[in-house]
Design a protein around this ligand. Structure first.
Ligand code: SAM
Length: 192
């Protein structure tokens, strides 16, 4: 099983870096490949977290029928049966935007026209949450409807001040899945 993260932001923002670190903890660095990593400094930061590839996943020559692209606009939903069918699960290294601009479709799915796509619900999840959900379905045989979610959670950033995160988060032991480092960044920074 290979989990591929195609980095599609112009820079490796702090938020992306911390999210990618969290993803590496979720799926393990042996199974994780970062593609489309153009700069040497990005490569140095990411090679502790997984394999790093300069080329876009589009140009890696992977067997198209073994590819599953995780895309919120995909017509089909991922099931544990897909484990038998696919070897590569590809995610967009794209920051959440609200409202969604269908960037995964435009910048990834449309560039690999023979590959299958799957959604894990119609709501946009942070990338690390999407990895967690796919791992639960593919490696642990869970059904999407067995997982619990919280939409647009409110996070207290300072006493008396909170922000709404306009995304769907998976609940793990009753709490939204967010790395402590990302939570700290949210509480201490204004922009990313
Ligand atoms: C934060 S999301 C960005 C989605 C982007 N705004 C769009 O409109 O396509 C980052 C990545 O997580 C995965 N993802 C997030 N939510 C998903 C969902 N509901 N279904 C499938 N993939 C999802 C996709 O691979 C997506 O490229």
């Amino acid at each position: 099983m290979h989990y591929i993260l195609e980095h599609l932001e112009p820079r490796l923002y702090k938020w992306c870096q911390l999210e990618y670190e969290h993803i590496s903890k979720i799926v393990g660095n042996e199974q994780l490949i970062f593609t489309n990593i153009k700069s040497k400094s990005q490569k140095i930061k990411l090679e502790k977290l997984g394999k790093v590839e300069k080329n876009s996943v589009v140009n890696l020559g992977l067997e198209t029928k073994k590819i599953c692209i995780l895309d919120p606009f995909a017509p089909k939903t991922l099931t544990s049966e897909d484990r038998k069918r696919f070897d590569y699960f590809i995610f967009g290294g794209i920051l959440g935007d609200y409202p969604m601009r269908a960037r995964t479709k435009e910048e990834l799915s449309s560039k690999l026209p023979g590959a299958e796509t799957r959604n894990i619900g119609k709501e946009q999840m942070p990338t690390d949450n999407a990895f967690y959900v796919v791992k639960e379905i593919i490696e642990h045989g869970k059904k999407l409807e067995e997982l619990k979610f919280k939409d647009s959670p409110e996070l207290e950033v300072k006493e008396g001040e909170s922000i709404i995160m306009p995304f769907r988060y998976v609940l793990v032991n009753g709490k939204i899945l967010m790395s402590k480092k990302l939570e700290y960044l949210l509480k201490t920074k204004k922009g990313f």
